[in-house]
Write a protein that binds this ligand. Structure first.
Ligand code: OSB
Ligand code: MG
Length: 367
């Protein structure tokens, strides 16, 4: 396909409530929405880089530099026969998976729309609905227990709670007492160190489905040392930045569950490689989230239809995060099940009025 133009739109979309993790509080989605135009057809992608490198090391301004000066010029000059080839073409620019993914996702969506097929079909996903869990930000104890009850009542298939040293057993003891049978996980977002075993070992007492990213955000070795000292399974998020890193994590024994976030691993072609590796090794996977608007959320829902995604993901209802979304279709789970948006590509259309309201800047790059 010949790419005619690429629109880069910086948006700030307010959250309904602040979302708090061990690395800080977020009050809005401040990122880039990418539109790729080819032959009269548009495709959309959404960045997951933050203004500052709070989660991984990419930042919005740094990503925009790479997107403007390297990725988009290469895409417009070379076109692309199939979006899966972009990951190799861009490998010469090292790292920067989130910048690459924002563009790659828009190309995949455009490509699928041109073919007239749902994106999931290109990914080998045959399911038209996926089970989902909910990720609950940190809050007071009373608010946390109330939030668990509300999400359990709504039918979410798994509840994930954010923890950090000093806010783990204090939270988990009353939550487990109130909800003895739910599928419960915790996410530390890198808040512990291997020498804090005295804090980590007690987590084994809460029948957690897994513990997500307890140690450093780029570590594999310490997680491999921790794993045999815990009964609870470890799941990695931050540390898994490419198919090669996932392979290394599995070889080392750093985790036995894999959180896949397309922006963190460098695009949908990378997701496919990770998917096939995990299926081959019988490692369970699930689709993580970055509190995306409906554009990134729709991509995630399509990803979660791939057969290896056997655990409930974080692709919960958009209305948990946003009072108003960038897309016209309500992406809402019912009884813990999210329907995959139908139609071609990611299956959503833009709420252009709202998009204009939340836009900070727009630029269009052409050949
Ligand atoms: O660690 O999974 C994470 C949100 C922002 C950054 C990192 C994480 C999260 C979440 C929320 O847990 C997932 C979602 O609801 O999209
Ligand atoms: Mg996480």
């Amino acid at each position: 396909m010949q790419i005619d133009e690429v629109e880069l739109r910086i948006v700030r979309v307010p959250f309904r409530n602040p979302f708090t993790t061990s690395f800080g509080s977020q009050i809005e989605k401040h990122t880039v929405i990418v539109t790729v135009r080819s032959d009269g057809v548009e495709g959309y992608g959404e960045g997951v880089m933050e203004p500052l490198p709070d989660y991984r090391e990419e930042s919005l301004v740094g990503a925009m530099h790479l997107i403007r000066d390297a990725l988009v010029p290469s895409l417009i000059a070379g076109g692309c026969d199939h979006p899966a080839e972009l990951i190799d073409r861009w490998a010469r620019w090292r790292g920067n998976p989130m910048a690459k993914t924002a563009i790659e996702l828009a190309v995949w969506d455009c490509f699928a729309r041109q073919q007239g097929v749902p994106l999931r079909e290109l990914l080998g996903g045959s399911r038209t609905e996926v089970p989902v869990g909910a990720s609950l930000g940190m809050n007071t104890l009373a608010a946390s227990i109330e939030a668990v009850g509300k999400h359990v009542a709504e039918g979410y298939r798994r509840i994930k709670m954010k923890i950090q040293p000093g806010w783990d057993v204090e939270l988990l003891t009353p939550v487990r007492a109130a909800f003895p049978d739910i599928e419960l996980t915790v996410d530390a977002n890198s808040a512990y160190r291997l020498d804090e075993l005295d804090a980590l070992r007690p987590l084994d007492d809460y029948d957690l489905h897994y513990i997500e990213q307890p140690l450093h955000w780029d570590d594999l070795v310490d997680h491999a040392a921790l794993a045999p000292q815990m009964r609870t399974a470890l799941c990695l998020d931050e540390s898994l930045t490419s198919p090669a890193r996932v392979r290394a994590a599995l070889d080392l024994g750093s985790c036995t569950v894999v959180n896949v976030k397309v922006g963190r691993v460098g695009g949908l072609a990378a997701v496919q490689q990770i998917h096939d590796l995990c299926v081959q090794r019988e490692v369970p996977m699930w689709c993580g989230g970055m509190l995306e608007t409906g554009i990134g959320r729709a991509h995630n829902i399509h990803i979660a239809t791939m057969p290896g995604f056997t655990y409930p993901g974080d692709t919960a209802s958009a209305s948990r995060t946003y009072a108003r979304d960038l897309v016209e279709q309500p992406l809402e789970a019912v009884d813990g099940i999210m329907q995959v948006p139908g139609g071609a590509g990611i299956g959503v259309t833009l709420d252009r009025g709202f998009l204009a309201q939340v836009t900070e800047s727009v630029e269009v790059l052409r050949g």
